[in-house]
Design a binder for this molecule. Structure first.
Ligand code: MN
Length: 733
């Protein structure tokens, strides 16, 4: 037994009494008794345990509880759960016991904390899976995640005693997941402390340099701030404001981050001053109006940059942040950012979500946060979404800054900046996203890839016939749109696969064949895949008839052709020898190395010859083509008689659908692009336009699917084109 010394017991009691003292104002006697009870339970349970540093383990839950109440502003329930947060995981105490002693709410929070507790494994996908679990618990009670953040903050503060490899791992994890999460919940103070601590362990040298630089320039900075603030202070006093002006430097991490990303020196970053004016609102006057009158006082002294006003008072950020930001020209020609906040706004800025609980009437922000959590829940509930993919998308949502846009009815929607009309469509409803064809932004017609600006009013145009396109993934940035799109594609692919599987099974029955390995090998070769899912999908896409499959399955194996053309045969490089002129070459669907000569554009059924070009590709010319005639006489050893047994692949007919903004010249631009593609021939073109949107299809002959894709990509670059996609052609003429 490793009982504590008298001195240690004194420390424990001192810490616990401090916790009680901090909580004094927000608790009554009954609640303090409960806190004592929880402390006793945790003390007994952790009695024999010590932290890596050697200190009694119980000091950790006490510290976490202190962070929860003192630094975040949470109440009794959180203090209880924080005190008990490690007992179920690390000791004999069961969750049932906690439920029995403290009730359902506390046991649910402790249970959540136990489930997410930090056994992060090194493999990224497991980390991602773990993170997903963390978020899953959020959908129950947000306190779970906040206490988890407090737990992590204390672990980071005491990281010194961990071995170096653990330090790196924990710091990496913190920077990757916990700091963004703290940011998203509006816990700015915790977020920057976490980041600074991460930097200290991940880049100790950089950290020390910045800390020393800050110390060196501290005096200069304070002098400047005083000089800047003095006239403002005088005026605010005259006007009877109760306020405080502070000029806290940027966090170490944010200085480092700016130096790294912008490749600038410490001085360049550091010289951007930010000054905060925090005021106690005068009674009977709206806070907003007071913010603006302080703004007016500041800009009477210093010239503002009109493009740098951020009004988070009229419209708070999604995480609840409220403040009025302005950038003005200070003495000595320096830009100074001035942040104007009431006490209430400041507390929200420091303590985030938890502070909202204190201020009644702040329902708007809670609903914003609820919406965010609901969105996460939707993503989590998609059973097929891949954990890592999810994590990436989720992080996207954590980091991006926001813009406010409007629905046609004037409702305000918050989206990450960089969002497109399609993101907006998915935000409104996934069905609207999946069927969107275009949008009107401020009454002007735009494509779905149109990037939205703050203040835009957006109306989405839909059509039930519309199907989501793979290219859409390139121009959505919100996690919701991506998740919904990917789910739609997976579903579509799954349906085609099932269709293909059934089709193949039916065909084999009709042909009286068994689905044995020989059959599959031939099909794998033919479709150039080894994957059953892929095979079914491809069959489902083609849906070729029995005749076609008979040929495929009766065909000699592809290897024969490869040998025939000398591909892969290293010993004999003389192509001519590989070229059996005495036989007619059958070019059918098994043949892949061919090219339709662009000089004569033969189509199936034409009388043609094959010419084996330098790159081992077969070039098919009309027998009557002047070039063919010349080749026949000059390089007859490389020319072979060709017979086309099927038209399907050699004359690959593709259909491309196009959508865009109706614009003079757009059709011309498209046909120009097509004519520039060497291996593409246009067969038909069909356009119509309505409501300023133009839609159409182009049928082209192409060599292979990859050429078709190239063409689609090039068409998608045409100005005004918003969508391009490959379409299935049902009836071959
Ligand atoms: Mn812990």
């Amino acid at each position: 037994m490793n009982r504590f010394t008298v001195k240690e017991k004194k420390v424990i009691l001192k810490e616990f009494n401090e916790l009680l003292h901090i909580a004094e104002n927000i608790t009554d006697q009954d609640q303090r008794d409960l806190i004592r009870k929880a402390f006793n339970m945790a003390y007994e349970a952790h009695a024999n345990m010590r932290r890596k540093s050697g200190e009694p383990y119980i000091l950790h839950p006490i510290a976490v509880a202190k962070i929860c109440t003192h630094e975040i502003g949470l109440g009794t329930k959180s203090i209880l759960a924080a005190l008990l947060h490690d007992v179920v995981e690390d000791t004999e105490v069961t969750i049932e016991e906690i439920q029995h002693q403290f009730g359902d709410k506390i046991s649910a929070i402790v249970d959540g904390l136990t489930k997410i507790s930090g056994v992060f494994v090194n493999r990224t996908d497991l980390q991602a899976e773990n993170f997903r679990k963390i978020l899953m618990t959020m959908t129950g009670d947000l306190r779970v995640i906040i206490i988890k953040l407090a737990d992590r903050l204390h672990n980071m503060r005491t990281l010194e005693s961990m071995p170096p490899n653990k330090q790196l791992k924990i710091a990496g994890e913190t920077l990757y997941i916990y700091a963004p999460l703290a940011h998203r919940l509006g816990l700015y103070a915790i977020k920057s402390e976490l980041e600074d601590l991460c930097l200290k362990y991940l880049h100790p040298q950089d950290y020390d340099n910045i800390v020393n630089n800050i110390l060196d320039s501290e005096k200069r900075r304070l002098t400047y701030i005083n000089r800047f603030a003095l006239p403002i202070t005088n005026k605010l006093n005259e006007e009877g404001f109760v306020f405080e002006i502070s000029g806290r430097p940027k966090s170490i991490y944010s200085i480092w981050n700016k130096m790294e990303t912008k490749k600038v020196s410490f001085e360049e970053v550091y010289d951007l001053f930010a000054i905060r004016i925090i005021f106690e609102p005068k009674p009977n006057l709206p806070e907003k109006a007071q913010c603006w009158s302080i703004y007016s006082i500041v800009t009477d002294m210093y010239i503002p940059r009109s493009d740098r006003i951020r009004d988070w008072v009229s419209q708070p950020k999604a995480n609840g942040y409220e403040a009025l930001h302005a950038t003005v020209m200070g003495p000595g020609g320096k830009w100074v950012e001035v942040q104007i906040r009431s006490n209430r706004m400041n507390e929200i800025a420091e303590k985030g979500y938890a502070a909202h609980w204190k201020y009644k009437g702040a329902t708007h922000h809670e609903s914003e946060l609820d919406r965010w959590i609901k969105e996460i829940r939707e993503m989590l509930e998609d059973p097929r979404s891949d954990a890592l993919e999810f994590l990436d998308e989720f992080k996207l949502n954590l980091f991006t800054s926001e813009i406010m846009v409007f629905t046609p009815k004037g409702e305000i929607i918050t989206l990450p900046s960089g969002s497109t009309a399609l993101d907006f469509a998915f935000f409104i409803h996934s069905e609207i996203g999946l069927h969107a064809i275009g949008a009107k932004v401020n009454h002007k017609l735009v494509g779905l890839n149109h990037v939205l600006q703050g203040g835009d009013q957006i109306e989405i145009l839909t059509s039930l016939k519309q199907q989501p396109d793979l290219l859409w993934l390139k121009f959505v940035s919100t996690a919701k749109a991506k998740t919904k799109l990917k789910a739609a594609f997976r579903e579509k692919r799954r349906i085609i696969s099932v269709k293909g599987k059934i089709h193949l099974e039916n065909l084999l029955v009709e042909m009286d064949m068994k689905p044995n390995s020989t059959v599959f090998r031939k099909l794998y070769n033919h479709y150039n895949t080894r994957n059953k899912e892929e095979l079914y999908y491809r069959i489902g896409e083609d849906m070729f008839d029995q005749e076609y499959f008979k040929k495929v399955l009766k065909k000699r194996s592809l290897n024969k052709y490869i040998k025939f053309w000398g591909i892969g045969n290293q010993e004999n490089t003389d192509a001519a020898k590989m070229f059996d002129k005495s036989k007619t070459l059958i070019v059918d669907d098994n043949m892949r190395n061919y090219n339709i000569a662009s000089c004569c554009n033969p189509i199936p059924g034409d009388d043609v010859i094959g010419y084996k070009a330098d790159d081992d590709e077969l070039e098919i010319h009309k027998t009557s083509c002047p070039k063919a005639i010349r080749l026949n006489s000059s390089e007859s050893q490389n020319v072979v008689k060709v017979e086309w047994t099927t038209q399907r692949i050699l004359a690959f007919l593709g259909r491309i659908s196009l959508k865009g903004i109706d614009d003079i010249g757009i059709v011309n631009d498209c046909t120009t692009v097509i004519s520039q593609e060497l291996n593409v021939n246009m067969r038909a073109i069909n356009f119509e336009s309505h409501d300023g949107i133009f839609e159409g299809t182009i049928d082209v002959y192409v060599r292979n699917a990859s050429d078709l894709n190239t063409l689609i990509m090039n068409l998608s670059r045409v100005k005004g084109i918003t969508q391009t996609a490959r379409m299935e052609i049902k009836d071959h003429e």
